[in-house]
Design a protein around this ligand. Structure first.
Ligand code: FAD
Length: 430
């Protein structure tokens, strides 16, 4: 268990339980805490909080759980497990892919990968990197029904309990990053959401009851809580995207298509990008050639302002709206989607070169966002530089890459109210 850190609606876990039952063997779930690239202590702590809850649920169902530190291939070899079979969940992350490949080379029993983190499994959705939402839409639409109509997969106890299985548990690792750092805002409210599958389900139910109906109307106003807030839970696999889509469909309502467009279409497009660009999904070379060309033609255009990565990180630009977005990121681990687009676009506008801008935006997003280090983040940053988009009318610095401006923000929503909210509240440490 690496990507799908939950007990319910987890196809890899379900398959493992089915195989354990078929072979009448007990089941061990192993999680390996690796040096996940770009992960910070905040990421680790948040993840481990949710994972500990998952370990309790598994053990209550008679499934052994072990958490170990290191490299999965080495850990499995070191533990000397006499497994009949290894079932892995799937993630397009390079670290996870390489670990699975090395694991397969290390052991002689079958290793099976189950892609349960996409709604339509990546290889079924498309056999190649897609250009844009319009090219992947018909493929996803054609396959979607099978998955949406499929059975739910609640946790079930295997026939044979793992009580007698002798595996080192190493539960002290759950506290490896401490538990006491809970940043709070000026009103004393924790700034990070609670972690874990239960918190994810609570968040989903609250969104379905209070947010889904007005999603289409409210989602582009960063002053409102008009979106689901599910991205960190989806990133750490604490909730299944398919289960969210099914719950939203049952709820129905006028905004359902708009919500599914983001949760299914946009998310699967980003996963397709990461899957088919394993070597450079997080590198400048993933930006499309037309965009690199037009940005290159405008490389010498004078920039109105020039900032370094440290200036951006410290929210020290001249622009109160941009600084507010960066403060929101620093405090809550996320930025509202609309401001996230502006945030990335303006890093492009105010950096020495487009490539430096790309590396600044990607580095900050991966390092500081609770939902970062995710296909949505890599593709989201690359989108600011033209990925999955088309040419727009020429502008200075941007060339034909779509631009954004502060004036545009003000036309869309009360940008000054947003700036007041985030520039006036600083986190403290408890
Ligand atoms: C520069 C930039 C960086 C981004 N970095 C990340 C990131 O690190 N992690 C991340 O999950 N998303 C990222 N996004 C996409 C998007 O901003 C977030 O998914 C969204 O704001 C999360 O909030 P929510 O869960 O309330 O979304 P909702 O609007 O409630 O949508 C539900 C789910 O749909 C998916 N989704 C929504 N919008 C998008 C989108 N534009 N592209 C792909 N999937 C989407 C997400 O999984 C989201 O949780 C980034 C976008 C940009 C422009």
């Amino acid at each position: 268990m690496q990507a799908a850190q939950r007990t319910d609606d987890n196809p890899a876990l379900w398959h493992a339980i089915s195989e354990a039952d078929r072979l009448v063997l007990p089941l061990l779930v192993l999680f390996v805490l690796g040096d996940f690239p770009e992960a910070s202590a905040v990421h680790f702590r948040w993840m481990l909080e949710g994972l500990e809850d998952t370990s309790v649920r598994l053990r209550d169902a008679g499934i052994a759980f072990s958490i170990q530190r290191g490299d999965p291939a080495v850990v499995v070899a070191r533990m000397g497990l006499k497994a009949a079979m290894v079932i892995c969940d799937a993630s397009p992350h390079r670290w996870a892919r390489s670990a699975r490949v090395r694991l397969t080379a290390e052991i002689t029993v079958p290793v099976i990968e189950v892609d349960g983190e996409s709604i339509v499994p990546l290889r079924i959705a498309s056999a190649k990197q897609e250009w844009a939402a319009r090219t992947i839409r018909p493929k996803i639409s054609a396959a979607l029904g099978v998955y949406l109509e499929g059975p739910r997969l609640p946790l079930r106890a295997p026939r044979k309990t793992a009580d007698q299985l002798d595996v080192p548990s190493n539960d002290g690792l759950f506290n490896a990053y401490g538990k006491s750092l809970n940043p709070v805002d000026l009103t004393g409210k924790p700034v990070l959401p609670s972690s874990g599958s239960l918190a994810a389900e609570t968040r989903l139910n609250s969104f379905l009851d209070n947010g889904l109906d007005s999603y289409d109307k409210d989602r582009n106003d960063p002053n409102l809580s008009g979106t689901s807030g599910l991205s960190p839970y989806l990133h750490f696999g604490q909730i299944s995207a398919l289960a969210v889509a099914r719950a939203a469909r049952i709820h129905e309502g006028p905004s359902l298509p708009a919500f599914l467009e983001q949760l299914v279409l946009r998310r699967e497009l980003c996963r397709n990008f990461a899957y088919y660009r394993p070597d450079d999904y997080d590198a400048w070379s993933s930006v499309p050639a037309w965009a690199v060309r037009t940005l290159g033609e405008h490389a010498n255009d004078p920039r109105d302002y020039l900032y370094t990565r440290s200036d951006f990180e410290a929210a020290a630009t001249h622009d109160p709206y941009w600084n507010a977005a960066q403060h929101q990121l620093l405090m809550t681990g996320t930025i509202h989607n609309y401001m996230r687009m502006y945030w990335g676009k303006m890093i492009l506008a105010w950096s020495r070169t487009p490539r430096e801008a790309f590396e600044t935006a990607l580095g900050l997003n991966d390092r500081l966002a609770l939902d970062g280090r995710d296909p949505n983040g890599w593709a989201g940053v690359a989108w600011c530089f033209g990925l999955h988009d088309r040419p727009w009318p020429q502008r200075a610095v941007f060339g034909t890459v779509r631009s954004m401006s502060a004036a545009g923000l003000k036309r869309k929503f009360d940008a000054d109210a947003y700036a007041r909210t985030w520039n006036n509240s600083q986190p403290s440490k408890q």
